[in-house]
Design a protein around this ligand. Structure first.
Ligand SMILES: Cc1cc2nc3c(=O)[nH]c(=O)nc-3n(C[C@H](O)[C@H](O)[C@H](O)COP(=O)(O)OP(=O)(O)OC[C@H]3O[C@@H](n4cnc5c(N)ncnc54)[C@H](O)[C@@H]3O)c2cc1C
Length: 372
């Protein structure tokens, strides 16, 4: 079957869905093509922090971009709820980073001070807090907690509800979403792209690669260098409890439904998303040191997901110079950056050029790194 569209977005996770929804807000009628459940899908297995307090030491552009997205998440969640009736579960009560030793405390203090120094005056709002102040926020902290950092700008969402809301709103505004549609090839000319799936051939003047770990081979077909690799992360989920953790911490949080999420590892394991129980044990041990009551709580589920990681951990945003009209959008914090992708990245695609503030995230930086 042959189709035409205003834009083709390849992927079906949070990054693709946010950009595709953003395109529909600007009046386009795109097609979104998603390989489906056989693919690696970080968007369905993450910890779902919308986080700013640790983002981008030494890279102020990343700190600003993360904060912009965090600031706009409430607007995105409200808009999606009014358009679809789906509550993304966005909460922005503030978040805590926990330190379990004086060494961790010293390192975190350095990060917080650096980020404050690199931000415009008053914009970076995290601060180090004492053990006594931590206990006022969450009395359940155990005796090993020596202090930490608190940031009022941090929060969480429900990633599955967010995905559903973005995709429903996208379809309601005239976008077409095709699941089980792996893109096998792309024929490219400037502002003219035709992609092939097993059952469709789709043409459009704009193309956005937002296929997570699938972006690398797709990028090669349109002159884009997208050197992403998988980094495994494991999460443990407990049985549901009455509300006990009012604030999320970097590695342990309670969902609105009551389960406690314990995360999350960072493992170089290639394309292997099976569980490593030694890692689960380490996560559980740290969780019990942080909140001793967890020792009595049953685990109901564990899983591993693959993060989409660039060589320097920062996003890759680029338009192909060989084939203008083809963009790539990929990052390792696609939950946090959801609002920035929906509101700002989509606009750049429609405008036909990326704004200067995103220049830091061009994939050309890897050519420079390779030369040195
Ligand atoms: C354990 C863990 C914890 C995390 N915690 C957080 C967090 O707290 N906060 C945060 O901001 N981020 C977090 N992340 C990262 C976040 O989940 C990802 O950044 C985000 O989900 C990436 O979304 P994506 O759409 O790029 O990729 P994915 O969700 O991996 O989706 C890629 C999509 O592309 C499709 N695809 C691939 N190839 C093709 C093809 N050829 N044709 C068609 N479709 C294709 C696949 O079907 C898939 O749906 C975490 C990740 C993990 C694993």
């Amino acid at each position: 079957m042959k189709l035409t569209a205003d834009a083709i977005v390849i992927g079906g996770g949070l990054v693709a869905s946010a950009v595709a929804y953003g395109l529909t807000r600007l009046g386009l009628k795109p097609v979104m093509l998603d390989e489906g459940d056989v693919a690696y899908r970080a968007s369905r297995g993450n910890f779902a922090l919308v986080w700013t307090q640790s983002k981008g030491p030494g890279v102020p552009e990343y700190q600003q971009w993360s904060r912009l997205s965090s600031d706009k998440w409430s607007e995105l969640a409200a808009e999606l709820q009014s358009e679809t009736g789906v509550d993304c579960g966005h909460r922005r009560n503030g978040g805590i980073h926990v330190c379990l030793s004086e060494d961790e405390l010293a390192k975190r203090t350095q990060v917080v001070e650096q980020l404050r120094a690199e931000a415009p005056p008053g914009r970076y709002r995290a601060q180090m807090i004492s053990r006594a102040e931590m206990l006022k926020l969450l009395p359940a902290f155990g005796p090993d907690v020596v202090g930490g950092a608190y940031c009022p700008d941090d929060g969480t969402v429900n990633p599955l509800f967010s995905l559903r809301a973005l995709q429903r709103a996208f379809s309601a505004r005239g976008g077409r979403y095709f699941c089980d549609s792996r893109v096998s090839s792309i024929a490219a000319a400037p502002r003219a792209f035709t992609v092939e799936t097993a059952s469709r051939s789709i043409s459009a003047p704009r193309l956005v690669l937002a296929a997570g770990l699938g972006n690398k081979p797709l990028g090669e077909q349109v002159g884009l260098n997208v050197p992403v690799r998988p980094v495994r992360g494991q999460i443990i989920v407990t049985e549901r409890l009455k509300p006990v953790l009012e604030y999320p911490t970097t590695y342990i949080r309670q969902t609105v439904e009551g389960g406690i999420l314990i995360g999350e590892s960072r493992e170089e394991a290639g394309f292997d998303d099976t569980l490593n129980h030694t890692v689960s044990q380490t996560l559980a041990a740290r969780a019990i040191r942080t909140f001793p009551f967890l020792k009595q709580v049953g685990v109901v589920r564990t899983w591993a997901g693959l993060r989409v990681m660039s060589p320097d951990v920062y996003p890759i945003y680029e338009q192909s110079s060989a084939y203008p009209g083809a963009f790539v959008c990929t990052c390792h914090s696609g939950v946090t950056l959801g609002a920035a992708h929906a509101f700002e990245y989509a606009k750049a695609v429609v405008d036909g050029h990326l704004p200067e503030k995103l220049g830091r995230f061009s994939s050309r930086r890897f050519d420079v790194q390779a030369r040195h």
